[in-house]
Ligand binder design. Structure first.
Ligand code: SAM
Length: 318
């Protein structure tokens, strides 16, 4: 969900979030978003914040982080009004950094098809949980790859599942604000960002965090345009460098997205993007299958498939 279009009201953003992001995915957040879209008092308070700080995922995550109620819109309203100073402080100080290991399930088919071994550089890595595609277990329908936890389930249409996991010899992440998966407060924030009904995603976060804590990635603090070349230069030359990013560019201003695409195209190796359709320029995209929110999976700027935001589905282009 983009929130930075000029002239788009906060009420419209919440209504759109209810209809596109939350419907069929989180009944609690759909109810809350509809309620906030009609709640003059909360909309006025949100209106005092910069646009990026008004977005539904951030507000709902902050209220969950603080222990507030998200199941009942009226209890949510009362909590938010009573606790607004604490909520505002968190809204101003935090950003949505959801780190969804499940997204590896949509990256895997592309990663596995590249020359091995690979050196992975995750741009906008959050806590780096997407840097372990070789360690997770995958279930594409009844085809399982690997064993152990977490198991990433993904429905695939239009092509068979990958045969194997990639061989990863180097993993590094770049983020404006890298999170430390072993830090209880960072972990609590990542947990609060998971939508209320998604117990399976909470279990997945715990399992992926345990795996990452045992072999922490190199996580660098920096900007995806200014600091990418220096980090990429640290990758071992004998491996295929794969720069990838999932659900990041919607947080980046348009001019910086273009600058990023120019920088990444100049690097050796390959570039995998998994982003909402309107943040990168494609020659052509097929019509989306429905109104649900989807990402476009692309290799070296060539769009390949629609994917669902938490990695639960791939629909390959024909
Ligand atoms: C929604 S999270 C996605 C995290 C991860 N890619 C995933 O899919 O699980 C977006 C991340 O991008 C980072 N980010 C946003 N703008 C950035 C920039 N200009 N440079 C580096 N990281 C950035 C944020 O800090 C955040 O951690």
């Amino acid at each position: 969900m983009r929130w930075d279009y000029p002239g788009v009201t906060t009420a419209a953003i919440y209504a759109e979030f209810a209809a596109r992001d939350a419907r069929g995915v989180s009944p609690a957040y759909e109810r809350l978003a509809i309620a906030v879209s009609r709640d003059g008092e909360l909309l006025a308070r949100l209106g005092t914040l910069p646009p990026a700080k008004r977005q539904p995922n951030l507000l709902f995550g902050v209220v969950r982080f603080l222990g507030g109620p998200v199941g009942d819109p009226s209890a949510f309203h009362d909590y938010a009004v009573t606790n607004w100073p604490a909520i505002e402080e968190q809204l101003r100080g935090r950003a949505t950094q959801t780190n969804e290991a499940g997204r590896c399930a949509v990256l895997l088919p592309v990663l596995a098809a590249l020359p091995q071994p690979v050196a992975l550089l995750d741009v906008g890595a959050s806590a780096g949980l997407c840097l372990y595609p070789d360690r997770y277990t995958y279930r594409y329908g009844d085809h399982q790859i690997g064993s152990g936890q977490p198991v990433l389930d993904c429905a695939v249409t239009g092509m068979g599942p990958p045969a194997a996991r990639p061989e990863v010899v180097w993993r590094a992440g770049l983020d404006l604000n890298p999170l430390d998966i072993t830090d209880p407060v960072d972990f609590a924030w990542l947990d609060a960002l998971i939508w209320p009904e998604h117990a399976h995603r909470r279990a997945r976060l715990r399992a992926a965090a345990a795996l990452a804590a045992a072999e922490p990635p190199l996580l660098a603090r920096g900007d995806l345009v200014d600091d990418l070349p220096a980090l990429a230069a640290q990758a071992p030359a004998a491996a295929t460098l794969v720069v990838f990013h999932t659900s990041v560019l919607y947080q980046v201003p348009p001019s910086r997205r273009e600058a990023f695409a120019r920088v990444v195209r100049r690097l050796p190796g390959h570039w995998i993007s998994n982003e909402v359709p309107d943040v990168l320029a494609y020659d052509t995209l097929p019509a989306p299958p429905d109104r649900a929110l989807r990402n476009v999976l692309a290799l070296d700027g060539i769009p390949l498939a629609w994917t669902r935001p938490h990695g639960q589905e791939i629909i390959w282009f024909g």
